[in-house]
Design a protein. Structure first.
Length: 232
């Protein structure tokens, strides 16, 4: 009698190359995390306290003080820029990484690393070398940072007697320098590698220094020799 052959088991189809998921830790993906970053992070829900105070109180005060008839003539804030220069980054890159991390903690936004535009031999600087970091805050993040800076960070300055009022550029923009980043409560003293300062620029639509100064004064900015306005 002829032997009956058993049917062969069908093998499972092989996965196509497109269906295969890349393994982490090999090739070009080595060292890259799977964390997806939002290029334009959204702020928390709700209107910042200082912005509400500006719309309900400060705007009317400025119109009466300067005799403005059009609401669009009232100055408003556009952005706040924080800039940290780290000239020693070419010798110790970890200092710049620490400054970037601290700026992110202070502002809640990822900083941008700034690079040198030209080479300077006396400073050992080459074009394209990282020399600092900066953050530009707008909208809700700008109002929240200004509120924390005026009411929380500035009072922590040693021997504080007010911020100078001669730092305007003639176009309604103010730039001040901070000597230490330790005044911000988000900074942990034990993790600080080096004490450094930063420049803070407040950009407004005033166009004049007196309008910009009045705007910041009504928002609680503590000018030297003046009693700061209490923000409700």
């Amino acid at each position: 009698m002829a032997e009956t052959k058993e049917p062969k088991e069908q093998k499972a189809p092989k996965e196509s190359k497109e269906a295969k998921t890349p393994r982490a830790g090999k090739g070009k993906d080595k060292g890259q995390s799977n964390l997806q970053l939002d290029p334009s992070p959204k702020s928390v829900e709700g209107t910042p306290r200082l912005k509400t105070y500006y719309e309900q109180t400060v705007r009317d005060r400025l119109m009466k003080q300067f005799g403005l008839t059009n609401p669009h003539q009232v100055p408003r804030m556009v952005k706040i820029v924080l800039n940290v220069g780290m000239g020693e980054a070419n010798k110790n890159p970890k200092l710049l990484d620490a400054a970037v991390e601290e700026l992110a903690l202070i502002t809640g936004q990822k900083p941008v690393v700034r690079k040198a535009k030209k080479a300077i031999a006396n400073f050992g600087l080459r074009a394209g070398m990282p020399v600092g970091a900066s953050v530009t805050l707008r909208s809700a993040r700008m109002w929240e940072f200004l509120d924390r800076f005026v009411n929380v960070a500035v009072p922590r300055v040693r021997d504080f007697r007010g911020l100078p009022d001669k730092c305007f550029d003639g176009r309604g923009n103010l730039t001040i320098g901070i000597k230490e980043q330790m005044i911000f409560p988000e900074i942990d003293f034990d993790k600080v590698e080096k004490i450094h300062g930063m420049d803070i620029t407040v950009v407004t639509t005033a166009g004049r220094d007196d309008l910009a100064k009045a705007l910041l004064r009504e928002l609680g900015w503590p000018f030297r020799g003046e009693l700061p306005v209490k923000v409700a």
